[in-house]
Design a binder for this molecule. Structure first.
Ligand SMILES: *Cc1c(COP(=O)(O)O)cnc(C)c1O
Length: 352
C-alpha cells in the first residue's frame, strides 16, 4: 500500500517501553518503578473523590498544583509547567526546539525516547558518547554539541545510573548557545541536582517526574521548571487539558507528603547499597548509582545471557543490546526480599 505518512514517520521504529508481562509470581525489576506504594494521602484523595466533579473540565494550566510545587521549590507559578508524565514535557520540548535545521545533542547511551522524538521532528541528533569504561562525559562535550539547539543531559543518567559533576553542569549552562534540558527523573535518589540552574540561567529547563520517587508511574505526572519566557512558549504546545482533574488532585497530595517521599527514597537507597555490595561479592562490576536502579555487568560480561537466565526464573530486568551496553543489565531496586531472591538466583547462575 502507498504510504501517506510523512517520510520521517515511516522511518521511525517507535519507542519500545519496558515489557509489562502478565506472568504470575513475577519479580518485576525492568522499568524502575518504586517497590513501595504512594503516600497514604493518595488513597484518601481517591477514596474521597466526588465523581460528579468530573462533569467539568480540569484546570487547564494546573494552577493549584503549580502553585504548590512552586511554593516548595521557592520559585513562581510562571516558572513551572506540568505534563502528562515527563514524557509529555519532552514532547513539548522537542516540538519547541528541534527541527531539521535545529539538531538535538544528547548523551549515548541514554534514555532512548529522545531519539524517537527527534525523528518525529526530522531533527538530526548529535550523540555524545560517554566513556565506555565509567560512562563519564567527554572533555569536549561543548565542542561536540556546538551545532545543537537543544542539549539534553540526563542527570543522573539512564540506563547507566551515574551522575556528572555539578559545577561542570553550571559551566555548560553558561557556555552552551541553546536550551540545556536536565532530565532529572531520578534526582530524588541522587546526592545533588541542577534545579537552581533553572532560575539562574535563561536557557535551562529542569524536568522531574512522579513516576519513580513518588511511586505514581501509573498516574502520568511530571513537571518542568525554567525561565517564564521559556515556560510560556512550552504552554503554547501543550494539549489543551493535558492533565485530568484526578491526576492534579492526587499529584498535589503526593507532592505535599515530603516526609513520606524522603523515607521512601532513603529505603530505596539503603537497598541499593546492599545490592551493590552483594553483587560485587559475586564478581559483578557495578556502575556507582545515584538512581533507583543498578547498571551491573556479570562476571562473564554477558548481559544477554544473565537477562535470559533470570527470565527463566521469572525475574525480569532490562537488557540493552549493544557493544558497550550489552555487557550489563539494568536492575530496578525492589524490596530487600526481592533483592535477596535475585541474589540467590544470581549466585546459583554463577556457581557462587
Ligand atoms: C522514567 C523516565 C522518564 C519518564 O518519566 P514519565 O514521567 O513516566 O513520563 C523520563 N526520563 C527518564 C530518563 C526516565 O528514566
Amino acid at each position: 500500500m502507498k504510504s501517506y505518512f510523512r517520510p520521517e514517520i515511516d522511518a521511525m521504529a517507535g519507542y519500545v517501553p519496558g515489557e509489562q508481562p502478565k506472568m504470575a509470581n513475577l519479580v518485576k525489576l525492568n522499568t524502575n518503578e518504586n517497590p513501595y506504594p504512594a503516600s497514604p494521602r493518595v488513597r484518601e484523595v481517591i477514596a474521597g473523590f466526588d465523581h460528579a466533579k468530573l462533569r467539568r473540565y480540569p484546570e487547564p494550566m494546573a494552577d493549584t498544583l503549580r502553585d504548590e510545587i512552586a511554593g516548595v521549590l521557592g520559585v513562581k507559578r510562571e516558572n513551572i509547567i506540568a505534563g502528562n508524565g515527563s514524557d509529555d514535557i519532552l514532547t513539548m520540548t522537542f516540538r519547541a526546539f528541534t527541527a531539521p535545521d535545529r539538531p538535538l545533542a544528547c548523551l549515548d547511551p541514554t534514555y532512548s525516547l529522545y531519539f524517537e522524538l527527534a525523528k518525529m521532528q526530522g531533527a538530526p541528533v548529535i550523540r555524545i558518547g560517554l566513556d565506555p569504561e565509567d560512562f563519564s562525559m567527554p572533555e569536549n562535550l561543548l565542542e561536540q554539541a556546538a551545532d545543537a539547539n537543544l542539549l539534553i543531559i540526563t542527570r543522573p543518567n539512564a540506563p547507566t545510573g551515574n551522575s556528572f559533576d555539578r559545577e561542570r553542569m553550571r559551566d555548560i549552562c553558561r557556555k552552551f548557545d541553546g536550551i540545556v534540558f536536565f532530565d532529572e527523573a531520578y534526582a530524588d535518589f541522587a546526592e545533588d541536582n541542577c534545579m537552581e540552574f533553572a532560575t539562574e540561567f535563561d536557557n535551562v529547563i529542569v524536568s522531574r517526574t512522579f513516576s519513580k520517587s513518588y511511586s505514581l508511574a501509573g498516574l502520568r505526572l511530571g513537571y518542568a521548571v525554567g525561565n517564564p519566557k521559556v515556560i510560556e512558549g512550552l504552554f503554547k504546545l501543550k494539549d489543551s487539558y493535558n492533565l485530568d482533574m484526578l491526576t492534579q488532585e492526587i499529584g498535589r497530595a503526593a507532592f505535599a507528603d515530603r516526609d513520606y517521599l524522603r523515607e521512601c527514597c532513603e529505603q530505596v537507597k539503603a537497598t541499593r547499597a546492599y545490592l551493590d555490595a552483594e553483587l560485587k561479592k559475586i564478581g559483578f562490576r557495578v556502575v556507582p548509582s545515584q538512581t533507583n536502579f543498578l547498571f551491573a555487568a556479570p562476571p562473564d560480561e554477558d548481559g544477554g545471557n544473565y537477562f535470559r537466565r533470570l527470565r527463566e526464573q521469572a525475574i525480569i530486568v532490562r537488557y540493552f543490546p549493544g557493544e558497550v551496553t550489552g555487557r550489563y543489565v539494568r536492575i530496578t531496586i525492589g524490596t530487600p526480599e526481592e533483592m535477596d531472591h535475585l541474589l540467590d538466583v544470581t549466585r546459583a547462575i554463577y556457581g557462587k
